[in-house]
Design a protein around this ligand. Structure first.
Ligand code: ARG
Length: 406
């Protein structure tokens, strides 16, 4: 059987509902919506003040006092309904939004986030160019750098650009006539939508989707992600050569592009950001979830495991092997990745460090605990503060229709 056949999924009659907190892909609506953000509301002065207070408390070396800066901000809001962040405010806001992301285990390095200020870009082509530059700088030949690109905010009377894609690099999913799917089932709707916009789909299991840039005053526009900007890793196993025959691969950079960055009351709907992968995201979710590539049985069979009864724990064994393969392949390819044990320890180091600074660390247990060997990691054995602290990232409810975004 060739790998494409292996990667075709039979229709599942009653696939289990996804984990309630699992990342839920956003399906763009097939027909482009009118600029949905036309109704951006006036910025909440109090939220602006809270943010500037936080910035000044953590970085007292500001050119203006909070009072002076607030005087400007209030006047600007009265005038335009919003206000423009200074470059320093933008950098601080984006970093703190990461620091406050309760679902992210990788926050130890929040201060190193690289912030690319793209607020002036308005034309689809220009926006696409910046998205490509984001991938170039973030990928960095495999030495992945946490990066965010911040595009224009939603301002009353001046809607912001968006992209339809939930990440800058994602694989297409195709519904076959026989009910089978090929590729990533999370992207069936987006794939259909881009085909309607004229994308010629190759029909393979790992086709990188084009970007759909939806900028005010323009029709949604398709752009391919240039091949040389998509670093991918072919998956091999350190001591099971037959694993490579599955023809599996994954992209190196997870760059989330459907969350709205909110800083001091201002919304930035297009602010794609990336870190590096933790192996389990690929090896225990993307390739394995029953509503994603659903490959566990295929992998078990290839490895010759006894799948005759649940109690052989063939699922668990196959899961460990695919995760070994993911980490091994990325490391061999020189692409930054981390394992869940290391990332869990780093997260607790982050917690301790933040607490020493007198700060709360909001965290969501069901997202922080890794989907493999949870109880072997120290993050399992405790509870967390669940506060919603701002700045932060939020699902963009004004974006093209989402069945259930996050
Ligand atoms: N879980 C998502 C994926 O598999 C990526 C989420 C962000 N992950 C990260 N390591 N920054 O594509």
């Amino acid at each position: 059987m060739n790998s494409e056949a292996l990667l075709a999924r039979a229709p599942t009659a009653d696939a289990p509902a996804p984990h309630p907190t699992a990342p839920h892909p956003c399906a763009p609506q097939p027909v482009p919506a009118p600029p949905s953000s036309a109704g951006a509301v006036e910025v909440d002065v109090e939220e602006a003040e809270d943010f500037l207070g936080l910035l000044h408390a953590e970085h007292p070396d500001q050119p203006l006092t909070v009072r002076q800066r607030m005087r400007q901000v209030r006047a600007e809001i009265a005038d335009t309904g919003s206000y423009a962040h200074t470059a320093d405010e933008l950098v601080f806001g984006a970093r703190v939004a990461w620091r406050n992301s309760s679902r992210c285990i990788g926050r130890l390095y929040w201060q190193s986030l690289r912030v690319l200020d793209r607020r002036n870009a308005t034309e689809p082509r220009e926006i696409h160019g910046h998205l490509c530059e984001h991938l170039r700088q973030a990928t960095n030949g495999g030495r992945i750098r946490p990066t965010i690109s911040v595009f224009a905010p939603d301002v009353p009377g001046r809607p912001a650009p968006r992209v339809w894609n939930d990440q800058l690099i994602r694989y297409a999913g195709y519904r076959g006539d026989d009910g089978r799917t090929v590729g990533d089932p999370a992207h069936l709707d987006l794939t259909e939508a881009v085909r309607r916009l004229g994308w010629r789909a190759p029909g393979g299991p790992f086709d990188v989707l084009p970007l759909v840039v939806d900028a005010p005053g323009h029709e949604p526009q398709l752009f391919d992600v240039p091949e040389d900007l998509v670093l991918e890793v072919a998956l091999i196993h350190p001591d099971r050569p037959e694993f490579a025959e599955l023809g599996l691969r994954w992209h190196a950079v997870p760059a989330i592009s459907n969350l709205r960055l909110r800083i001091g009351g201002v919304d930035y709907p297009l602010a794609p950001f990336n870190g590096w992968y933790m192996g389990t995201e690929i090896g225990a979710r993307n390739l394995v979830d029953s509503d994603r590539y659903d490959l566990l049985s295929v992998i078990a069979e290839r490895l010759g495991l006894d799948t005759g009864s649940e109690s052989t724990l063939w699922r668990d064994r196959a899961l460990v092997e695919v995760n070994i393969a993911v980490l091994h392949s990325f490391q061999r390819a020189g692409v930054r990745i981390s394992d869940h044990h290391t990332e869990s320890r780093r997260f607790l180091a982050h917690l301790a460090k933040e607490e020493r600074q007198g700060r709360r660390v909001p965290a969501d247990w069901s997202w922080i605990v890794p989907p493999l060997s949870g109880s072997l990691t120290p993050v399992f054995h405790r509870y967390y503060d669940e506060a919603d602290q701002r700045p932060n990232f939020y699902p963009d409810e004004t974006r093209a229709r989402c069945p259930r975004a996050h």
